[in-house]
Design a protein around this ligand. Structure first.
Ligand SMILES: Cc1ncc(COP(=O)(O)O)c(C=O)c1O
Length: 399
């Protein structure tokens, strides 16, 4: 402390960092900007001659470390290392990536049964920017070929597998090859699986996005997202859109994802085994007309899922007999499982898609895709299996 300085100046002074040891765990850099060591250093960093942090919206050591870790997981086992850019939410990852890849007049090709928020973004926000979306059945490759031929404005193929909430799967390799052959960039929302279960980049996809809010964090205490890409040359343009649109991730949320990811492998195994037990129980229940889970042989996507997913994951949905009223009674009778509009947490969570996530989706489209009034989505947690089963047994008995 410089005793000659006024006490008011001492209040303002920052730490000098000299007494710091190397921390065992990644620290949270709660700072909006970074001090330049000198004029020359500042100039070198700003002009890109030297690597370094400048301003929190441009990058932050905590956020960048977590982004690099998720990118490394997505490209695990590949020769090439992917790059990652964390965003303020999953929606920010989707909108930032697409805004950086598309221009006024371009179009997106996607499926009808996307996450409701993504559908709404494509339908009610992007058109004002001159970006339109073609929603269609992505399993019908010959129909896609005709669509592409007739609509040269399509530049991007965007998809989710398994889909939310019916767990319908798309063949990633087939679609990645199709995109390449037709000069499209491909993007997969890998939120439901995480790289522990499924690695779309390995199957030829150009970009993966996540709502890290879900399984990557796993504990329901952080909202964030990530864009992962395999072609490093694309990073500067995406980063520029991210920093100028301002969808940067904050370091505390990134740090919570970092801590959560340490148990990701363990969690995904337990989510999967619990979900398998619950799906098997539900499939055989007299009050359940349908159980959607990719681990069940009866599911339409069993083969596709088995070919590209290491584990069946923790997401399932089931349809109770009696529609809306029966679903309401069942959800209200659960006690361990909570009704919360998120997924991927260690706790078992349920949701009624038609009155929540899919509220703004055309009811006819929802019905066509199996999202009926009796459908309940379950994000199966990692509690003891018997407690999860008995909770659903009690709830179904109440109908
Ligand atoms: C599959 C999927 N993708 C993207 C999102 C959007 O993520 P966020 O809520 O972090 O913006 C969600 C949110 O529920 C989702 O389920």
């Amino acid at each position: 402390m410089n005793k000659k300085m006024h006490i008011d100046t001492h209040c303002v002074l920052e730490y000098d960092g000299k007494n710091f040891s190397q921390p065992h765990i990644l620290p949270i850099y709660a700072t909006s900007s970074f001090v330049m060591q000198s004029f020359e250093h500042g100039e070198a960093v700003f002009t890109g001659q030297k690597q370094g942090q400048v301003y929190g919206r441009y990058g932050n050591p905590t956020v960048d470390e977590v982004a690099a870790k998720i990118a490394a997981l997505e490209s695990h086992g590949m020769e090439k290392q992917a790059f990652g850019l964390m965003t303020s939410s999953g929606m920010s990852a989707i909108s930032t990536l697409l805004q950086s890849l598309l221009q006024n007049g371009d179009a997106i090709l996607t499926q009808e049964d996307l996450y409701g928020g993504t559908t709404e973004l494509f339908k009610s926000v992007f058109p004002a920017m001159g970006i339109r979306t073609y929603f269609t059945d992505l399993k019908d490759i010959s129909a896609l070929e005709v669509l592409i031929k007739n609509n040269p404005d399509i530049k991007v193929l965007y998809f989710e597998t398994p889909s939310n909430p019916t767990c319908s799967c798309l063949d990633i390799k087939v679609l990645a090859d199709f995109a390449k052959q037709n000069g499209l960039l491909s993007i997969v929302d890998n939120t439901f699986c995480t790289p522990v279960i499924q690695q779309p980049l390995q199957l030829g996809v150009d970009f993966v996005i996540h709502s890290t809010t879900k399984y990557l964090n796993g504990h329901g205490n952080s909202i964030a997202g990530i864009i992962v890409g395999i072609d490093e040359a694309r990073k500067p343009a995406i980063w520029k859109t991210l920093k100028l649109m301002g969808g940067t991730c904050n370091p505390f949320d990134a740090w919570l994802v970092h801590i959560g990811m340490k148990t990701l492998g363990l969690r995904m195994e337990k989510h999967s085994s619990n979900a398998m037990s619950l799906a098997t129980y539900l499939e055989n229940h007299t009050k359940v007309s349908k159980a959607n889970y990719v681990g069940l042989k009866s599911h339409e996507s069993f083969e596709t899922a088995s070919s590209q997913m290491r584990l069946p994951g923790g997401m399932l949905s089931f349809e109770v007999d009696g529609g809306y009223e029966a679903a309401k009674k069942c959800i209200n009778s659960l006690s361990l499982a909570k009704y919360a509009p998120t997924l991927g947490d260690v706790n078992t969570l349920v949701l009624h898609p038609r009155t929540s996530s899919h509220l703004n989706v055309d009811p006819a489209v929802s019905e066509k895709n199996g999202i009926t009034q009796g459908l309940i989505r379950v994000s199966v947690g990692i509690e003891a299996t018997e407690d999860v089963l008995s909770d659903f047994e009690n709830a179904l008995n109440s109908i």
